[in-house]
Design a protein around this ligand. Structure first.
Ligand SMILES: Nc1ncnc2c1ncn2[C@@H]1O[C@H](COP(=O)(O)OP(=O)(O)OP(=O)(O)O)[C@@H](O)[C@H]1O
Ligand SMILES: [Mg+2]
Length: 227
């Protein structure tokens, strides 16, 4: 069995769309992620962190490089197979929550399971258990507009892990939260790693988040650097 769950090699992403000059957002970045490893990614604004996370999470396709997740060469998959792989194996927490305003907290959380074609009868107990774990009991029927920032972020975390993804990606999940809410979010993520062996890659600007993670990597001008 491989000891790593993700292996990205020499990832290059050059944006040519919409810009007059090509933007070399990633210039050849390699990263190996072990099972149950919690990695923080740091670096200045514009260094390529979100771009790199998008490539790893299959939300975008690199200009060149290779990417293996759970032993699968994911870049050769068809678009359809890649979307299915993403639903089965990966979870993503967006900085701005990206919750659907018309859906309740419960429905937002259950969305990936609906997308996988599961019926509510099958997933209801699991979703309720998860709601308890992230401390959202009693808020099941609330719409996103009726939730605090910390609560919205917890809905977003629950949605990202409801399909029990092997890898969770989080783009500045604590950026818009006060320190108490941020601590809750980080503790939930640490618990996921320790209890379920989930691997996590989290972008953060907060130096104090480092104590929750196993390893910190730094991006500078589209390259991984030592500090
Ligand atoms: N869709 C796009 N088209 C063109 N250029 C882009 C696109 N997305 C990002 N860029 C550029 O790529 C570079 C890296 O952007 P990226 O969003 O990855 O940075 P970041 O490290 O996440 O920054 P921040 O900390 O501000 O979120 C920047 O120069 C940015 O302007
Ligand atoms: Mg970013």
């Amino acid at each position: 069995m491989q000891e790593y769950i993700l292996k990205a090699q020499n990832i290059v992403r050059t944006y040519r769309e919409h810009s007059t000059h090509p933007v070399h957002a990633l210039r050849g970045v390699s990263l190996t992620l072990r099972k149950g490893e919690f990695v923080a990614m740091m670096g200045r604004s514009g260094s390529g962190k979100s771009t790199f996370l998008h490539q790893l999470a299959l939300l975008d396709i690199p200009t060149s490089g290779s990417l293996e997740i759970k032993g699968v060469d994911v870049l050769v998959l068809s678009e359809r197979a890649r979307a299915r792989f993403r639903l089965d194996v990966l979870g993503y927490i967006f900085q701005d929550h990206a919750l659907i305003p018309e859906l309740t907290a419960y429905e937002n959380i259950a969305l990936p399971l609906m997308a996988l074609g599961r019926t509510r009868r099958r997933y209801d107990a699991d979703v309720r258990e998860l709601i308890k774990r992230v401390g959202l009991e009693g808020k099941e029927k609330s719409l996103p507009a009726e939730l605090s920032g910390g609560e919205k972020q917890r809905v977003s975390i629950a949605r990202a892990i409801v399909n029990k993804p092997a890898i969770l990606f989080a783009d500045e999940p604590t950026a818009s939260l006060d320190s108490a809410a941020a601590r809750t979010v980080l503790e939930i993520m640490r618990e996921l790693v320790d209890t379920y062996g989930q691997a996590i890659v989290m972008i953060t600007h907060e130096s104090e988040d480092k104590r929750y993670v196993d390893r910190v990597v730094y991006l500078k001008d589209g390259l991984l650097v030592d500090v």
